[in-house]
Each structure stands twice: as C-alpha cells, then as structure tokens.
Write a protein that binds this ligand. Sequence first.
Ligand SMILES: Cc1cc2nc3c(=O)[nH]c(=O)nc-3n(C[C@H](O)[C@H](O)[C@H](O)COP(=O)(O)O)c2cc1C
Length: 358
Amino acid sequence: MRKILHIISRLFGAERAYSLSVGMLRLADRIPLVKWLLHSIYAVEDKSLEREVFGLHFRNPIGIAAGYDRNGEIYGPLSALGFGFVEIGTVTPRPQQGNPKPRIFELPTDKAIINRIGLASKGLEAVIKSVRKGHEGIILGCNIGKNTVTPPEEAAMDYLRVFRNLYQYLDYFAVNVSYNTTHKQYVPRTREDIMKILEPLFDFRRGQNQYRPILLKISPDLTNEEIDLMTDIMVDTPLDGIIATNATTHPEGLKTSKEELRKRGGGAVSGAPLTERAIEVVRRVHERCNGTYPIIGVGGLMTGDDVKRMMEAGATLVQVYTGFVYNGVGFAGDLCKSLLATETPEPTEPTETADNQQ
Ligand SMILES: Cc1cc2nc3c(=O)[nH]c(=O)nc-3n(C[C@H](O)[C@H](O)[C@H](O)COP(=O)(O)O)c2cc1C
C-alpha cells in the first residue's frame, strides 16, 4: 500500500496521495469490520505501553500529529491502526482553503516533506459535525488556530471561538502558535501576545465542570530565549504542557539539491532533517521546567530509536506525521513494538525462597 501511495505521490503529487489515503480511511471508518481487522493486524496492546498523562489514560504513547486528520474525519481508523491518541486540526473558526496547490511535496532523499498548505480547514461547524458522534476509547486532541485573514489583534477571539465550541467534544487542546509555512503567517512570540490568546481559554475553562488540558505547540525555529519564555509561561500559568515541535522553515543539512527545492517553491520541512532540533528543543523545555511538566515530543521521529531518544530527552508522549507517510500503516504498531523491546523490566518482587535465604 505504501509503495502504491508513493507511486501516486510521484505521478500525481503528494496531496493526491494524501487525499487518497484519507479517502480510504474515511471509507474504513464506515465499516466496523474493517476497523476491527486493521486493529487486529496493526495495533499493539500491552499494559506497559499505557500512560497516565494530564489526567488522561493513553493506551500507548504514540500519537498522530496535527495536520493528518485535519477535520476530525478519520480518527477512528487511525486509532485502529494502533495510535494511542489522535490530534485533529488545525481547526480554524471559518472554513479556509489554504494556499494554492501544489503545496505538499515529498523529499525522498531527505526522508522529509515540505509543505506550504497554510492551514486548510473545513472550519468549526464541519468539525463539530464530525466529532459529535463521539470517540469512545480514543484520546482525541484538537489543535486550534486562527483564520489567515484574521488580523493579529483579533487572533485571541478566533482561538476562543474554536476552543469554546469544541470543548465538550474533545480530550485536550493544543494552541497552535507555531504554524508558519510561508514566513507570512502570524506567529506570536512575546509573553504578552501568547497570554492574550491563553487567558480567555483559561477563563472559559474555569467555568466548566470538565477539565480539558491546554497545551502550547511551539516552533523549532524559536531562539533558545524564546523557548525558555514558552516554558516559563507554562510554569507560571495554568498551561498543562508543551508540544515541541512543528515543522521548520530553517532546515539544516538537506541533501535535496537547491535547484529541486527552488522548483518546489519553499515551505516548512518536517521529517528526518528535524529530528535533532526537535529533540534539542524538548530537552531544553524539560530541563528548564525540571521535568515537572508533560511534553509531547514531535519532529522527525522516523524510527523506534528516534522515539527512544525523544523520550530520554524528556518527552512523555510523542507524535509522528512524516514517519507515518514514509513507513506506512504499520508504523504506530512498529514503534510500540520497539518501545516494548527497549522497556526496562520492572524490578521483580523478591520471592519467598529468596526472602527466606536472606
Ligand atoms: C502536510 C503537513 C501538514 C501539517 N499540518 C499541520 C497543522 O495543520 N497544524 C499543526 O500544528 N501542524 C501541522 N503539521 C506539522 C506536524 O504536526 C508536525 O509537527 C511536524 O510535521 C513535525 O513532525 P514530523 O517530522 O513527524 O512530520 C503538518 C505537517 C505536514 C507535513
């Protein structure tokens, strides 16, 4: 299947291949038997993979990152493929098309994707219709953003509108302050600008019966000082965690030729070129908050070893996107298996005989 999608991607473009896979997963969503089959073939269940984070129970720590299930249409089959959680979105209040196509390209030499989608969302109303059917047994997060046309001074209202209307349906929210595929999008970087977005969300949550964790999704292109600032915001406010990182507009060491990149027309790079930077950002956040807050590590996790290194750097949970595109439908299960293989065995209780012998 992966090979077929890569051929389609090469012949008709990466977005066609993406649309085709979303189409197939949407079809699978309608047929419970197919979901059951996918689950029995691909999902890996084991007690030691389970995690309790932000008061939520995750059946494993491998999630699918924002941008794949943009409108909350395929979280059922994604979960059946073995993902421990799904982050839908980015959801904007009003529908928007994003940038003109083509806008997603695979860079196979670098095991990377370059995209300048610019947030394509069917909008809040469509997402409500999708998610109100429920998601029993699936941890469902929602990445929220603003419409491109909304001026920065009105950004907070857009985030609040999506948050307030989806609050009852989802398990956690990721505030996207990092999506910048064209250098033109608004990326708030100061404490004042970030707090303008977060405060209304905290205020709304205070009035609710149910608690929904709020996380901040940050860019790998922030300076170290800016990363520290984001971490300090987490420590000083009711923010529950950080998701690090989004794709980068400053990729380093790409093997794809400059000519090839110029042809593609630019955008943000995700996948293997991002691995080291994403791990570095997670380590910095983890050290700055003394390991007291949950971090979701994302960026260039292409192998089980990458996931292990990301967790050693301080990630409690991880997410993948490009690794899933390159490794195919069994990727979540493969990562779970590799976690099980490296899991340190629990210290065994001394047996009675051993006790007696001491
Ligand atoms: C085609 C594409 C679309 C994406 N769309 C979004 C999005 O809408 N919102 C968001 O926060 N991140 C988005 N991302 C970023 C991913 O969620 C992730 O942070 C990034 O790709 C790094 O992970 P990876 O190297 O595993 O792909 C997108 C990434 C790709 C490749």
